[in-house]
Design a protein around this ligand. Structure first.
Ligand code: S3P
Length: 446
């Protein structure tokens, strides 16, 4: 079966309590993509340990191989990347298939733009429908020639150049993918490229570029920042350990909070400020969370996070928190549905252009579960049921092929005496291939 085309796997999830155990967090997806790409642009051989080996990250590995990078997989989650240096990529023989991965597609467009090569980018149905004009605009300003499908998505053809023009770009939407695409293209410019963001989005690209020896400067600007990268550096290979993924750890952690007599610890989770929005919200909701610092991995702070059964209450989540928890709204919505009181989440426009339209996927699924949920513009309001059973017939949840919708409703299914049916769990391989095994390890009976 082709990559990203896993057999559809429906699952029935029913009430489970007493979740207990310790999980070793799986590698961060965002950092894994970036570490592979930046290692490929470096001189020498980098060893990446703790890499997330998921369908999304495999797409980046295979695309880089097609672009002439030699990557060897030694054992499980460790790889060696033999970098070609800035501007050292070669023409791929076929299209680059980025599967379900927006990060892989957008970041690699920035890299290909700075090489004198032509590459066709393709993806699955979900990725093909996602907006690519947000990276095409700045990359075109830098001198790349990019054509998109009629709908503004993939397939895209990127014709790169070996000398792009540096730009100063103000992000119209808070997007770490767009920021990273421009910074990676900026590595190929003679001069300084800068990106201004009104709110901090995940800063792993900046951190890793600095670690590999690039000149990256950051200036704080009331609430946001301007990031500068000097072009044409010589990046030096590194041995890196990848931090655990807070976006994946979120699922077992919220499962522990919502089920009775539970205590779960996830070890080595990345706790970079730009990713902590969910944990801030959960604490405000009254969650019993213990976050114990364990130093750093690959330049990113890590911690062991322990969650215990908690009675949560509804909160107001302001729009400016969205960049720090953009992937966590599906699981926050489940916590809100089980909390006492009303939760209001504002500024959710970007949820509509993720792996599915997550706004409607959440509203549709929660409504089937008997939860009162209201949509007004980009604001979602959820009336919590205080942890009580809310439905009689088994709700059938449509995931729309979205890994985080699948995992969020799986957790929801654990909280209630009546089972729910989830139409497909196969897509969890996108970001958290060990999800059902980890849940079984914690005692979930399937
Ligand atoms: C990501 C950034 C986010 C996030 C995505 C991963 C990244 O997207 O939703 O899952 O690795 O940069 P945007 O930056 O487009 O919001």
């Amino acid at each position: 079966m082709a990559m990203g085309q896993n057999a559809v796997t429906p699952i029935e999830v029913s009430s489970n309590n007493n979740l207990c155990g310790v999980l070793s967090g799986s590698g961060d997806k965002s950092i894994s993509h970036r570490a592979l790409i930046i290692a490929a642009l470096s001189a020498g051989c980098s060893r990446l340990t703790g890499l997330l080996v998921s369908d999304d990250v495999r797409c980046t590995i295979e695309a880089l191989r097609q672009l002439g990078i030699w990557i060897s997989e030694s054992n499980g989650n460790s790889v060696l990347v033999h970098g070609a240096g800035i501007g050292g990529l070669t023409d791929p023989v076929g299209p680059l298939n980025l599967g379900n991965s927006g990060t892989a597609a957008r970041l690699l467009m920035g890299v290909v733009a700075g090489n004198p090569i032509t590459a066709v980018f393709i993806g699955d149905e979900s990725l093909s429908g996602r907006p690519m004009d947000r990276v095409v605009k700045p990359l075109s300003d830098m001198g790349a020639s990019i054509s998109l499908s009629e709908g503004g998505g993939l397939p895209a053809t990127v014709r790169g150049k070996n000398s792009l023009i540096p730009i100063e770009y103000h992000l119209p939407v808070a997007s770490a993918q767009v920021k990273s695409s421009i910074l990676l293209a900026g590595l190929h410019c003679p001069g300084v490229t800068s990106v201004t963001e009104d709110r901090l989005t995940r800063d792993h690209t900046e951190n890793l570029l600095a670690k590999f020896g690039a000149d990256v400067q950051v200036e704080a600007l009331n609430g946001g920042r301007q990031v500068y990268v000097s072009g044409q550096p010589e990046l030096i290979s590194q041995d890196l350990v990848i931090a655990g993924d807070p976006s994946s750890a979120a699922f077992p952690i919220v499962a522990a909070l919502l089920t009775k007599n539970s205590e779960v610890c996830v070890k080595g989770v990345g706790v970079n400020r730009s990713r902590m929005g969910l944990f801030d919200c959960l604490k405000e909701m009254g969650a019993d969370l213990q976050i114990i610092s364990r130093g750093a991995a690959g330049g990113e702070p890590i911690a062991d996070i322990t969650a215990r059964t908690s009675a949560l209450k509804g909160i107001n989540v302001a729009a400016d928190r969205a960049p720090s928890m953009i992937d966590e709204y599906p699981i926050l919505a489940m916590a809100a549905a089980c909390a006492d009181g009303v939760t209001v989440m504002q500024g959710l426009g970007e949820l509509r252009v993720k792996e599915s339209n997550r706004f409607t996927s959440i509203v549709e699924g929660l409504t089937k579960c008997g939860v009162k949920v209201e949509e007004k513009g980009n604001v979602m309001t959820i009336v919590g049921g205080g942890g009580r059973a809310r439905w009689r017939d088994m709700p059938k949840i449509r995931t729309h092929g979205d890994h985080r919708i699948a995992m969020a409703f799986f957790v929801m299914g654990l909280t209630c005496p009546q089972p729910i049916m989830i139409d497909d769990m196969s897509m969890v391989a996108t970001s958290y291939p060990g999800f059902t095994d980890d849940m079984a390890l914690l005692g979930v009976r399937l």
